[in-house]
Write a protein that binds this ligand. Structure first.
Ligand code: ADP
Length: 490
């Protein structure tokens, strides 16, 4: 990919708000800039939606709702499928765009195009499988009909770490179910969502079904939209504090809510594990997306009998990873999203070191342009360290040792989060005990990556509510209605 490719892809991104099927400027004409975190250079300037623009987007979504709900499921399905096909045709451009605005290595961006695109195909298939049931009540005095109906207009707020997948994971099931959408992409990475919005338009999605409002006024814009009685659902992916605040706002109007919040994933390696598989899994679970994933392994809990060997092998592999701008095909670790992210990772590392952790590799920011943090391996991290309770969101491994299974389970569950856990063991019964014992919504059992469009993604405890993907994903956008009728033979 050359500088000319970069310029061509950026020129193809719309720079307005998508409202009622048209791209248009923000009210008052305000704009904001989007930057390349690897270089700090400005990539684009886009319309900065105001709360009034948000209401206009909701006007469009509300106006389109009844027709979209009445559109044959097969037609909704084929529009999703057509958009998936456009994503495939533009996959190289989309991957480059994601690397430019978010920083992840190009190969990982390409992987996200496949993964994120898959939600369009999966929910194209699910759109035509929304069913109900018909039953006899136990007394045989009546017949019960259970049917499912679109929830209505939805509002989505997405984060910057997976600019494509976080958008399609919400948009695709909503559209499949017959709901219309207003989406506010993260202000740090709005370009990918805007590009995909244009693909939906080109695929022939009716005006108003999908509206996109990039904005730097996330709080006021969201409050206005969520205060409007026409809105029926909010789905958010981001940090737990913002999620809690949105749930409080959603309570005012009793909105349906889906929340994909923070994680603090344990990565448990037992002494009977295949260590090659555990190290390979650790590299993926920790370093995919530069560690900037809610599913990232945050705490490595390793049995004391294999901890040295695991740490040695992992450190050797991490030391070989090239750090740099994600457009370079040799690069495995891109920049963190901004200075704040570098500062947060560094504060956690310093705290752990101060409490006695051993630095096996890295241990600080990379000097020079861009917001890079050196891939870091910390061993013998003390139980009281902040890094064990806080989402690191960076390329930092924190290893803690345990003596037996009971201690591993206790340590793994010692967090308010419950998104995902990773377990490496060759013992089937132990694996099953972990499935039942670890309080997380998802588990990688002898694998380091769990995300899949066909699987229900989501957490328990403070990691959130609801599921995205799988058969479950579309139910977040459907209301159940039950109808009682008399026994027709009585
Ligand atoms: P991060 O710290 O990873 O950026 P956030 O939870 O702050 O995570 O951001 C995720 C998304 O939430 C972004 O789209 C951001 O604009 C949005 N956001 C942040 N604060 C608010 C808020 N008060 N109300 C609504 N959305 C918000």
């Amino acid at each position: 990919m050359s500088a000319a490719d970069e310029a061509r892809v950026l020129a193809a991104v719309p720079d307005g708000l998508l409202i009622g099927g048209e791209w248009r400027p923000a009210g008052g004409g305000a704009r904001f800039d989007v930057f390349d975190p690897a270089t700090g250079t400005r990539l684009a300037s886009v319309a900065d939606g105001t709360p009034d623009d948000g209401i206009e987007a909701l006007d469009a979504a509300a106006a389109a709702q009844d027709d979209w709900a009445a559109t044959p499921p097969r037609v909704r399905s084929e529009l999703l499928r057509a958009t998936w096909e456009l994503v495939q045709q533009r996959k190289d451009d989309l991957a480059l765009l994601m690397t430019l605005e978010m920083g992840k290595p190009l190969a990982e961006s390409a992987g996200e195009v496949t993964y994120g695109g898959e939600f369009l195909r999966w929910f194209a298939e699910e759109a035509v499988r929304i069913t109900g049931r018909y039953g006899t009540n136990p007394e045989n005095t009546g017949r019960t009909i259970v049917s499912q109906h679109p929830v209505g207009p939805c509002y989505f707020i997405t984060p910057w770490n997976f600019p494509l997948a976080m958008a399609t994971r919400k948009i695709a099931p909503a559209l499949a179910a017959g709901c219309t959408v207003v989406i506010k992409p993260a202000e740090l990475t709005p370009l990918t969502t805007m590009y995909v919005g244009e693909l939906f338009r080109q695929a022939g999605l009716p005006a108003g079904v999908l509206n996109i409002v990039p904005s730097t006024a996330a709080g006021p814009l969201s409050e206005r939209i969520m205060d409007d009685p026409r809105l029926r659902k909010i789905s958010f992916t981001g940090s737990t504090p913002v999620g809690v605040r949105l749930m409080q706002q959603a309570a005012k109007r009793v909105l349906r809510t889906s929340m994909e919040l923070g994680g603090n994933a344990p990565f448990v390696v037992f002494d009977d594990a295949d260590l090659d598989a555990a190290v390979a899994g650790a590299l993926l679970a920790k370093f995919r997306n530069i560690g900037e994933a809610c599913t990232a392994a945050n705490r490595f809990l390793v049995h004391e009998a294999v901890a040295d060997e695991f740490a040695n092998r992992l450190t050797e592999q991490v030391a070989a990873m090239r750090v740099g701008r994600g457009t370079d095909p040799e690069v495995r670790i891109g920049p963190l999203i901004n200075e704040q992210a570098v500062g947060k990772a560094d504060t956690l590392v310093r705290d752990a070191v101060q409490r006695g952790a051993t630095v096996r590799l890295g241990g600080g920011p990379v000097t020079g342009s861009g917001t890079f943090y050196a891939p870091t391996v910390l061993d013998r991290v003390d139980a009281g360290s902040d890094i064990l309770q806080t989402e690191i969101f960076g390329p930092v491994v924190a290893i803690t040792r345990f003596a037996d299974e009971a201690e591993a389970v206790r340590l793994a569950n010692d967090t308010e989060f419950g998104l995902v856990s990773y377990v490496f063991t060759r013992d089937l019964a132990r694996g099953q005990r972990m499935i039942e014992g670890l309080r997380t919504g998802m588990m990688g059992l002898n694998v380091g990556v769990i995300s899949n469009a066909a699987a229900p993604f989501g957490g328990v405890k403070q990691s959130g509510l609801g599921r995205e993907g799988g058969f479950e994903g579309i139910h977040e956008y459907l209301d159940v209605k039950y109808t009682m009728t008399p026994n027709p033979f009585a």
